[in-house]
Each structure stands twice: as C-alpha cells, then as structure tokens.
Design a protein around this ligand. Structure first.
Ligand SMILES: *Cc1c(COP(=O)(O)O)cnc(C)c1O
Length: 380
C-alpha cells in the first residue's frame, strides 16, 4: 500500500471477484458465455483491474455504459470485445470505430451513418441490436425489431454480432413482467429464425435474471452487481454463493473525551448527555458516504459496532466509541465490510438509505484510493 495516501481506502478483494465469476458460471453452465459488466468504473471497484481478472478467468466480453469508459480501457491495453450498452450520438461514431468498440444499434438513421463511416474507414463494424421488450429505454421496439434487423442487413460494412434486450424487473419476486419480456424476445428470435437470420450472440439476463430466470440465458448473460458479490434486492434468492468484493475502511484520526453539554459537528445536531469518548474519522460525504447517514450510520472498530453521531461532514465524521474497549488513534475502522464477528453490508446501508446497493458502490468517490488484495502476482 502507498504509505503516503490518506488512511481512508476501499479494499477490493480480487479473490472474491474470481470466486463470484466462477459461481455465476457454475449457475449458468459451461456452454453459456458471460459478458462482464464493468460500466461506472466496475460499479466503483476499478474497471481496469476488474476487467483483467474477469478476462483472465474466461469472460467473453465486457459491457460499458459510455464511450469514454471504452477509450480508457483501450488506452490501458484491454483488447477484449467491448459492448457499449448506452446510446451514441452521430458525432461519436468515428471514435467508436477508431477504438474498436461495439455499438448498440437501435435507430436506422444512426446505423446508416455507422455504415457510411465504416465504409469510409474500410472497416466492418460489429454491432449488437438492442431490442426494447419493455424497459422503455433506447432500443428498437420488439414489434419493430425484425424489420429493423432486415434493414440493417442491407447496410454495408455492418456485421450483426449480437442481439439483446434488458430486464426492467428481474429483481422482483413477481416474475410475470420478466416472463413477458422473455417471450417478446423469444418471438423476435423465432421470427428471425423463420427468415433464416441467425445472430450468433443472443443475450438478456442481468444479475436478477441470472438468479431467477434461467430461461433468459440464451447464449450469454450480463452480470454486473453479482460479480461484485451483491444481490439486487431482498426479493431474489441468495443461492448463487457470491460474496462482497468491496470493503470500505479508514482509521481513527483523533479521540476526545467530551462532557455533558458538549456539541458534536455542524449545527450541534448531537449534544452529549453523559461523559462520552468521541472518535473523529477522516471520511465524509465527498468520499461517497451519504450525508443522510448522519446520526444513523454505523462503523465497526475492534470488532464492535459504533454509531455515527452528529452530521457527516464533507471530509470527516464522528462516532461514539465510549463502549469500545481500548479504542485508540490509528485503529482500523470498517465502514462497509466485516471485522471480527460483525459486518455492515452494502445492502444494509442501501436499505437504510432507501436506495439500491448499486448506488452505494458507484458513489464511492474517486478520491478514495482502491487497494487491490488477493490478486495473482501479475494482476493489480
Ligand atoms: C448494468 C447492466 C447490466 C448489469 O446489471 P446487474 O443488475 O448489475 O447485473 C446488464 N445489462 C445491461 C444492459 C446493463 O445496463
């Protein structure tokens, strides 16, 4: 670890990442391919480091949300196929071609420009058709998809390597809507089959569908959250055996004994009622720790949970350590993760904030160093 960095860091367990990938592969079976979703800096875990581990352990492709993510991965030397899941503007097409990123196509006008630019550069562009079966985002409507694919086939220098759709509710207990989306996608594929158009990669399942909808596997699945060891909601079964990859840690930077009547933090939101030992921790909302956890979050010190008191500041926060035997400056503090018998899961923090686990890890600020542990020697 770089000894100069501030003592607040995110630990990324590459062994857990490998384990999760293998657990997902086991769940879906060996014949189904995996596209590792590494958008949003691999949900805050570090896209380059995560991509290297995933590729080494057999993922077929990587999925990104915006073109810049693809450029960065290419610049760092990642050569694997990259599918751009988000939409693109015409002005970005040359950059897409130049960086060999696979665009999602869902609009004929855009596809025509792609074809023209590909001809200009004398390249054949691999594209994946994005079908909207009920998500309502970019994507060609399922009832227009066959016609769309036929038109694409007429365009020069485009090769349709894949076709996919996305579930909007695979994290829900109720499965009717996902089933409807699956059947719409199957219909599109069946119609294409009937006119002898067979697109090699057909994919649909995100983590929720990998867990609960085996009939959504087709030829490839697209896990994101489950690779990172988290479950999309309480409503899905927790039987794929993944474990958290991210742990958020810091160290106590200061301890002070306070007297009844002393106030802690902005707005004097907390006033101590009895003699209290208060530890200052060197992280705050700029590190991605939500200010709504003021007075309600918890951390673990010496294997004991300690409550956040007062408001979370931009760069620091305060915990009551009166009951933590021997707490001292320099003690390691776990904010998300486990220590001793205790743990604070990202899911539980998400629930407390009335949001989803995705937002918690994505929000880990870039100023918090990522420390990679349990990697192979030539990884990370
Ligand atoms: C983000 C994303 C995924 C991954 O979803 P998880 O719920 O994190 O598994 C899969 N497919 C598409 C199109 C996505 O945008």
């Amino acid at each position: 670890m770089d000894i100069m960095h501030r003592p607040t860091w995110v630990e990324i367990d590459l062994n857990a990442l490998r384990h999760n990938l293998l657990s997902i592969q086991k769940k879906i079976g060996q014949q189904i391919k995996i596209m590792g979703i590494v958008k949003a800096d691999a949900y805050g875990h570090g896209d380059y480091e995560v991509s290297r581990v995933l590729l080494r352990h057999g993922v077929a492709m990587l999925g990104i949300a915006i073109l810049e993510e693809g450029i960065q991965l290419r610049d760092k030397g990642i050569q694997a196929p990259l599918l751009l899941l988000g939409g693109i503007f015409e002005e970005q097409i040359d950059t897409v071609i130049h960086h060999d990123v696979i665009p999602s196509v869902y609009d004929l006008g855009l596809a025509e420009v792609l074809s023209k630019r590909a001809q200009y550069f004398q390249k054949t562009m691999n594209v994946h058709v994005y079908v909207d079966t009920g998500m309502g985002s970019i994507g060609v409507r399922y009832d227009k998809a066959v016609e769309f694919v036929r038109s694409l086939q007429e365009m020069k220098n485009l090769s349709i390597g894949g076709i996919y759709t996305h579930c909007s509710g695979s994290d829900e207990r109720e499965s009717a809507y996902t089933d409807l989306q699956i059947s719409r996608f199957r219909d599109v594929l069946a119609h294409l089959d009937a006119i002898k158009i067979r697109i090699p990669l057909r994919h649909m399942a995100n983590s929720g569908a990998i867990i609960g909808h085996p009939n959504a596997y087709f030829t490839m699945v697209r896990p994101g959250l489950s690779l990172y060891g988290l479950y999309p909601s309480d409503e899905v079964s927790r039987d794929i055996g993944v474990r958290p990859v991210m742990c958020f840690k810091t160290r106590i930077i200061h301890i002070k004994d306070m007297e009844p009547g002393d106030a802690v933090g902005y707005g004097r939101a907390h006033t101590v009622a009895k003699p209290t030992r208060v530890a200052t921790l060197p992280f705050g909302y700029d590190d991605g720790y939500n200010r709504l956890l003021s007075g309600s979050g918890q951390v673990i010190i010496r294997g004991v949970k300690a409550p956040i008191i007062g408001r979370v500041c931009m760069d620091q926060c305060f915990v009551d350590v009166t009951h933590v035997q021997g707490a001292t400056v320099g003690d390691e503090v776990v904010v998300y993760g486990s220590q001793g018998q205790e743990s604070i899961s990202v899911e539980s923090v998400a629930k407390q904030l009335n949001t989803i686990p995705y937002e918690i890890t994505c929000n880990m600020s870039k100023r918090v160093p990522r420390v990679y542990v349990n990697g192979y020697k030539d990884e990370a």
